[in-house]
Design a protein around this ligand. Structure first.
Ligand code: 0WD
Length: 261
């Protein structure tokens, strides 16, 4: 662990998607803070601000800003404030997704036009907008952008439905963004996490408990992953240790994805 102590010394890390202490984004925040990072957090709305603000204070966050990614104005405001406060940014973490509970149960074929567009907008397009706004703020040597995805992007997972389609789009966005921003040294990657009990997962995905049980039974490591597992991988992937990696989807799923039957 000594190795990571100063890995992020002075690094300016902006994290989108902390909802509460169970959020994957919170695991990532804690790992980077532990390695010396300076932290900025955003919260979706006033209801979540009450949860996020104390967490931010716990890690000495220098920025705690509102951001609903459905609003370009709010996204732009976050990066303007970040520029004013920090002069730039080194790491941006995108840990945001949304689809209605209705669209994450039953048959995918019944997905409504509005539900499809909203899921794709909030869960995939938002990464493109964050990347575009962050681009001029990264320093000369580049920086790192990270998002969170799930296996349902590649294979059919019951009830994941429109979110699987949104994650497939998100993973393609990672590759196209990596190609665009690579010449400036900006790396764009995704972590494909195994199921973790969070607000979005437990509340939004029908049959989530079964997903956890199945993963534990079938994954080579015979256990589910934790926010800490994902946080530590994020720490590696957004640091100079991963300086040659971009456009990649890295699994943190106890090996579940390698299994056939
Ligand atoms: O099993 C899991 N938990 C997995 C999650 C497995 C693999 C991937 N992921 C992904 C999710 O799809 C998501 O992209 O990880 C990311 C983070 O999700 P999480 O940590 O599981 O869930 P949560 O703690 O709820 O954070 C997601 C947050 C939202 O929470 P709620 O519960 O309020 O929907 O995304 C944020 C919000 O804070 N969010 C938004 N932020 C800005 N603008 C918006 C929005 N419009 N909508 C949702």
């Amino acid at each position: 662990m000594r190795l990571t102590q100063d890995l992020y010394a002075g690094k300016r890390v902006l994290v989108f998607g902390v909802a509460n202490e169970r959020s994957i984004a919170w695991g990532i925040t804690q790992a980077m803070r532990g390695a010396g990072a300076r932290i900025g957090l955003t919260y979706l709305n006033e209801a979540l601000e009450r949860r996020v603000r104390p967490l931010g204070e716990e890690v000495g966050a220098e920025l705690i800003l509102p951001c609903d990614v459905a609003s370009s104005a709010q996204v732009q405001a976050v990066f303007e404030r970040t520029k004013e406060a920090w002069g730039g940014v080194d790491v941006v973490v995108h840990s945001i997704a949304y689809a209605t509970r209705e669209d994450m149960s039953g048959r995918f074929v019944d997905t409504s036009r509005a539900g499809f567009l909203q899921a794709l907008e909030i869960s995939a397009y938002s990464l493109v907008e964050l990347a575009r706004e962050a681009e001029p703020l990264f320093p000369e040597g580049g920086g790192s952008l990270l998002t969170l995805t799930y296996y349902g992007a590649e294979k059919v997972v019951q009830n994941y439905n429109v979110m699987g389609v949104a994650k497939a789009a998100l993973e393609a966005c990672v590759r196209y963004l990596a190609a665009d921003l690579g010449p400036k040294g900006i790396r764009v990657n995704a972590i494909s996490a195994g199921p973790i009990r969070t607000l979005a997962a437990a509340g939004g995905v029908k049959g989530f408990r079964d997903m956890l049980a199945l993963a534990e039974q079938r994954a080579p490591l015979r256990r589910n992953v934790s926010q800490e597992d994902v946080g530590n991988t994020a720490l590696f992937l957004c640091s100079d240790l991963a300086s040659g990696i971009t456009g990649e989807v890295l699994y943190v799923d106890s090996g579940y994805n390698i299994m056939g039957m």
